[in-house]
Design a protein around this ligand. Sequence first.
Ligand SMILES: O=C(O)[C@H](O)[C@@H](O)[C@H](O)[C@H](O)COP(=O)(O)O
Length: 263
Amino acid sequence: MPPPNLYTFPTPSSLATSLRAYILSAQNASIERHAIFRVAVSGGSLPSTLADALLAPPAEGNPHDRVSFEKWEIFYADERAVPLDHEDSNHRLVKENLLDKIPAEMGAPKVFPIDVSLLDDLEELADAYEKTLVASFAARDSVRIPIFDLILLGCGPDGHTCSLFPGSPLLRESEAWVLPISDSPKPPPRRITLSLPVVTHGLKIGFVATGAGKKNALHRIFDEEDAGLPAALVNRLAQERVTWFTDEAAVEEVVATKRRGSL
Ligand SMILES: O=C(O)[C@H](O)[C@@H](O)[C@H](O)[C@H](O)COP(=O)(O)O
């Protein structure tokens, strides 16, 4: 099986351009396949990079370079258990960086935030979000596990992804689609997250990881294939369905032969 793809870009804008091409190729294939594009996104620095990629003007004369937001369903790969307008909310980040800036002519995505009436009970919050997935996926596909067309993730300096952290018992979950976490090492502590099987069943899984803070994690993920790191587990389980978008600083410690320059 071909290994995960690791791309490295010299500038944030070249990264955003390639990320756009990657997302739109997934979008176009999904719309052709089932007339919908179901995406899960994380928080951190991703929403701002995503906005740079998606709100850029389309390439003239290229019909494939159009973002069809009206066909998008956006879910959260992980979310913090806070109100939707709270400074820690991933939904707020996505809304302020991207959703609020989509011009009317680009269409409006359907967005699925958490149910904030359940913030006091993490189990309930996770269960309700799982039911949201059931309603979207099972109704159309009667599936055992939701298969997102695209899952867009970040990676922490400790190799975490979504809210799946190294050493967490949540990594062993094989049944639930959405899990509660009350002791996230990265604040805030209370969150929900997609489970590892849901992440690794994504048709395409894209990571964006930039900056020197990620260099040790990327070395451990790509050179050591250290299965203690959740992001390395995603690589191991999903292989060529995984694509990493990085900058020079983040891959400084990764063996050069594993990197590629462009998509
Ligand atoms: O809500 C969160 O905390 C995230 O979803 C988390 O998994 C994030 O994506 C990584 O920590 C990378 O964050 P940065 O891109 O900001 O480094």
